[in-house]
Design a protein around this ligand. Structure first.
Ligand SMILES: Nc1ncnc2c1ncn2[C@@H]1O[C@H](COP(=O)(O)OP(=O)(O)OP(=O)(O)O)[C@@H](O)[C@H]1O
Ligand SMILES: [Mg+2]
Length: 319
């Protein structure tokens, strides 16, 4: 049994948030037990310490200098959730496959695709794709708030970018530069004497020099806004579009799940066309909620069309 002093020291190190000291004392307790001939207990304590080390290695505290600009998450989105044209899905699968077999590629002097530009209208799955890549490859997702980086740190944006690229090197993960046009905008359109141009130049230089094992994913609504010099710095460009009929059907069927089946989704596709994946997802969720509240087991065609019309009206107001 651990001595009273060891127990006190364990409690103290825990309260003081000192994991290193906690671990040292726990190892001392294990050694003490082993000396007393309690081999099994000693072994069990060591295993617990190992398990703790593995778990805490997953969740790093964010660097203080970046904690308002970079958000770390561990998404659980699956590839099967993404509803996209087959060709686009295959490009995402290729990114995953190249990463999983990167050492094979490296042997022949090639590297896996990991600098990726996502372009497309709002709500078509760009952020979801970054989450899927993170989750399928068991890597953390770091989302960089590009808007904030540019507005809050005006004048020191390039220095902040450097810190972000240091992090990219230090901690392997998926780095998503969302709303990327805030830094990727064409240099010539810059009215703001030089600052934005310097930022874009810094980004171009950092991304070119980056040899990390992380993914750098930039997402934007419009490729037209991006500076031409950017395109060749990325290994791949994935282009997202509003869903076509086949995808609309799949999205609604997936989302309605057990609440579907009351009507043939194909019969309402025409009324849904023009909405994004995100809007269709929201309309499906609205329909499910309405069905639950009115004690219906399935979503009826009438109810579904009503929620679709609601979404359309909402969109008109928000434009
Ligand atoms: N291709 C898709 N397949 C399945 N669900 C989707 C798809 N696209 C969007 N969704 C649904 O809509 C939600 C929002 O989509 P997401 O955030 O990925 O859009 P986005 O393209 O990043 O939009 P924005 O340009 O506004 O950032 C997702 O969490 C998901 O529920
Ligand atoms: Mg997004």
């Amino acid at each position: 049994m651990a001595t009273a002093n060891q127990i006190k020291a364990l409690i103290k190190s825990h309260l003081e948030g000192d994991p290193e000291r906690f671990k040292t004392i726990a190892l001392q307790v294990a050694a003490h037990e082993a000396r007393l001939g309690h081999g099994a207990i000693a072994q069990e304590i060591k295993q617990l310490i190992d398990k703790g080390a593995k778990q805490s290695a997953k969740v790093f505290p964010m660097r203080k200098d970046l904690d308002d600009l970079v958000i770390q998450t561990d998404p659980e989105s699956r590839l099967s959730q993404l509803v996209l044209p087959q060709a686009l899905k295959e490009r995402i699968e290729r990114i995953l496959r190249e990463y999983l077999q990167r050492s094979k590629l490296q042997k022949f002097g090639h590297s896996n695709r990991r600098k990726i530009l996502l372009v497309g209208p709002p709500g078509t799955g760009k952020t979801l794709t970054a989450s899927v890549i993170a989750s399928e490859l068991h890597l953390p997702l770091f989302t960089i708030l590009v808007d904030k980086l540019v507005t809050r740190y005006m004048g020191e944006t390039s220095a902040k970018l450097r810190q972000i690229f240091d992090l990219i090197q230090e901690r392997q993960g998926i780095y998503l530069f969302d709303e990327f046009d805030a830094i990727g905008g064409e240099r010539s359109r810059d009215n703001d004497v030089g600052e934005m141009r310097r930022v874009l130049n810094a980004f171009l230089q950092f991304i070119e020099q980056d040899t990390s094992e992380s993914f750098i994913i930039a997402a934007t609504n419009s490729a037209d806004l991006l500076d031409q010099a950017l395109f060749r710095r990325f290994d791949d460009l994935l282009s997202y579009k509003l869903p076509e009929k086949a995808q609309i059907i799949r999205l609604i069927e997936n989302r309605l799940g057990n609440f579907g089946g009351e009507f043939i989704v194909e019969s309402i596709v025409d009324q849904v066309e023009g909405l994004s994946h995100a809007e269709i997802t929201l309309a499906s969720d609205d329909a499910i909620k309405e069905a639950i509240l009115s004690d219906q087991e399935k979503v009826s065609k009438q109810l579904f069309l009503a929620t679709i019309n609601d979404r359309k009206q909402y969109l008109q107001y928000s434009k």
